[in-house]
Design a protein around this ligand. Structure first.
Ligand code: ADP
Length: 639
């Protein structure tokens, strides 16, 4: 028959396939297998409806054959097959397939990427073949036809011979070029690996003849000492079923043991450790899906870098359609590995279309809730494990609570842990609030580099003296996180180093104000002596035994200043408003008073500088002029 031209759209896609250098061209096999599986589904369904075909489920299967000499790879199915008209309609045009509509809308985008990511069906065969032959006989028909094409030139359809119904797809695998090898698609072991990777869960057996070796039995060796026997080997072929057919996530939870899940996880997600938790759920209703999720025991080495890609594997009715679908996981749970299999999704769905897929959104929000409740259960029932989990991924939860202007506060606040001054271990906010003292109004926290350093901070003295618990924050994100949360169960978070601590009663506050007023001149003189380094010098309500500390006024704390200042790039103007606080009950303060009254401005200035330097050191900040600081101390020592 005369050569026919492809419809315009098909031609474009075909061009794309032929010239594709995409590394994911191996997906052609997945596409052809999935078409074959669909064709068998169709006929099986027909069987169920009509009941007179004499076929049962066990009769269906896919056969793969490799012919290295002739460079062909053949896939045969005994599904519904195609008539001449079907061949013309189905393989002459792909107008029905969703991927092309998508491509039209996204003309400028990188088309090659689209090929790799999504099903483009039958045409993907041209990524690896010079020529594709489709020999098909429709179920119930006596005639068979052969569709043949070498790509863009068009195709022919001619009558031919074929035993039984179904379809054989015969690919003439491309010759190797200097930069490209196609031999892998003629290697049975590679084909087997590809089937296992992409099509393991196809519900029909996929069979292939595999060459194997075995030890030859030699009757003469019988009774001999094994050391004297020279083993001989022979090769033979055996038909092997390549796919397991039943995915673990479709199995009943009661059928599975922890080790089954663990083995699957380790093989599939290349981890050498068992996961910390397995979440296996199936849901029906607004969205029907099976999900098998894992919380790894350890953060991958690149977890907190830009290289890390979040996402779950996405299957549509058992066929892998995306390896890392990011839309299924919120960022705060990006550490979760696993997969989702839904019958509500079509195989040809593209990434762009997925983002707008209603079904997928429902699944995402379900998974989010599920992951949260599993983490909560772990927190309640296995505290030790949860703490280990939090060591690995707590930072991500805190970033999650801080990000998006606190949009995920409700979701995350009860999953957070902070180190407690009471327990000397991490505690939840609920635990903190649950044991707050009756007169305590706020949730207090203190920041620093290490727990030890925070515990020694003078700013914590009075709060601790009151018998209030303090949360010790050591991660950069901690304070940002708490200031985004703002409050927990109506209790505001308050830094021990910022603003009014709201500690004492009205009486004490009044007293402090009066004292402040009495010493106004001295405090003003000290502020001037510091030449703009601080915005105020005040009497402190937080100090007990230490003479001095540094605090901040306004929204930016000293800790935040440190964090922002250490970020790459220029950070003009990110400075906290520093306040030097003095302990009016300390002998040093009496000394300052005396200097001021005696009008010894010089010494007052020098002591003020020393106290400021001490406050900086206590805070873990650098002294601006260490040499001058050291000289001042020496001067004092020599007196
Ligand atoms: P899609 O599978 O997305 O519809 P394809 O380009 O892969 O797109 O296939 C086009 C059509 O060709 C299929 O919808 C199906 O009707 C038909 N087809 C492809 N392969 C087979 C097969 N092995 N047996 C029967 N029909 C097939």
């Amino acid at each position: 028959m005369a050569r026919k031209q492809f419809k315009a759209e098909s031609k474009r896609l075909l061009d794309l396939m032929i010239h594709s250098i995409y590394t994911h061209r191996e997906i052609f096999l997945r596409e052809l297998i999935s078409n074959a599986s669909d064709a068998m589904d169709k006929l099986y369904y027909h069987t169920l409806q009509e009941g007179n075909t004499g076929l049962s489920r066990e009769d269906f299967g896919i056969q793969i054959a490799v012919d290295k000499q002739n460079r062909t790879l053949t896939l045969s199915d005994n599904g519904c097959g195609m008539t001449r008209e079907d061949l013309e309609k189905d393989l002459g045009t792909i107008a029905r397939s969703g991927s092309l509509d998508f491509k039209r809308e996204n003309e400028q985008k990188d088309e090659i990427d689209i090929i790799g990511q999504f099903g483009v069906g039958f045409y993907s065969a041209f990524m690896v073949s010079d020529k594709v032959k489709v020999v098909s006989r429709a179920y119930g028909s006596e005639e068979a036809f052969c569709w043949e094409s070498e790509g863009a030139d068009g195709y022919t359809i001619d009558p031919c011979e074929k035993q039984g119904h179904g379809t054989d797809i015969i690919l003439s695998i491309k010759e190797n070029t200097e930069e490209d090898s196609f031999d892998e698609f003629l290697d049975p072991y590679r084909i087997r690996a590809l089937v296992q990777k992409y099509s393991d869960y196809i519900r029909y057996p996929i069979r292939m003849e595999m060459e194997k070796t075995r030890r030859k039995e030699n009757p003469e060796d019988e009774g001999k000492d094994p050391k004297d026997v020279k083993p001989e080997y022979e090769t033979y072929t055996e038909v092997e079923t390549l796919n397991s057919m039943v995915p673990i996530w479709k199995k009943n939870r009661s059928e599975l043991k922890d080790e089954d899940y663990h083995r699957f996880y380790k093989e599939k997600f290349y981890d050498y450790e068992d996961p910390a938790r397995v979440i296996h759920s199936s849901t029906e209703g607004a969205a029907t899906y099976n999900a098998l999720l894992f919380i790894p025991a350890r953060a991958p080495f690149n977890y907190y870098t830009r290289d890390f890609e979040k996402g779950l594997q996405l299957y549509a009715s058992g066929v892998l359609i995306m390896d890392k679908c990011p839309d299924l996981l919120p960022d705060c749970f990006s550490f979760v590995r696993g997969l989702v299999d839904s019958q509500d999704l079509s195989l040809n769905i593209s990434r762009e279309m997925l983002q707008h897929d209603r079904q997928l959104k429902i699944i995402e929000s379900r998974l989010e809730k599920k992951i949260k409740s599993e983490l909560q259960a772990m927190l309640q029932n296995d505290r030790e494990k949860y703490e280990a989990f939090f060591k690995n991924f707590g930072l991500q939860l805190k970033y999650g609570a801080y990000g998006e202007y606190g949009a995920r506060k409700e979701l995350l606040q009860d999953l957070l842990l902070f180190y407690s001054s009471f327990e000397n271990k991490p505690v939840t906010l609920a635990e903190y609030v649950g044991r707050m003292k009756e007169d305590q109004k706020h949730i207090y926290y203190a920041c620093g580099e290490t727990i030890e350093r925070i515990a020694a901070l003078p700013q914590t003295e009075q709060v601790r003296d009151k018998g209030y618990e303090i949360l010790y924050l050591t991660d950069d994100v901690d304070e940002f996180c708490l200031s985004t949360l703002h409050e927990y169960e109506g209790k505001e978070f308050k830094s021990v180093s910022a603003g009014d601590l709201d500690l004492g009663g009205e009486e004490e506050k009044k007293e402090l104000l009066e004292q402040q007023e009495e010493n106004k001149d001295l405090l003003e003189a000290m502020k001037e002596a510091l030449e703009g380094k601080v915005s105020a010098v005040k009497l402190s309500q937080r100090l007990k035994s230490h003479p001095v500390c540094l605090t901040a006024e306004g929204a930016l704390s000293l800790e935040m200043e440190k964090v922002l200042g250490s970020m790459p790039g220029e950070n003009p103007g990110v400075k906290a408003q520093r306040v030097l606080e003095l302990n009016a009950g300390h002998p040093v303060f009496q000394k300052l008073k005396a200097l001021h009254e005696g009008k010894d401005e010089q010494t007052l200035k020098s002591y003020t500088g020393l106290l400021y330097a001490q406050a900086l050191l206590i805070e873990g900040m650098a002294v601006e002029d260490p040499v001058a600081f050291s000289n001042e101390i020496c001067k004092l020592m020599a007196q």
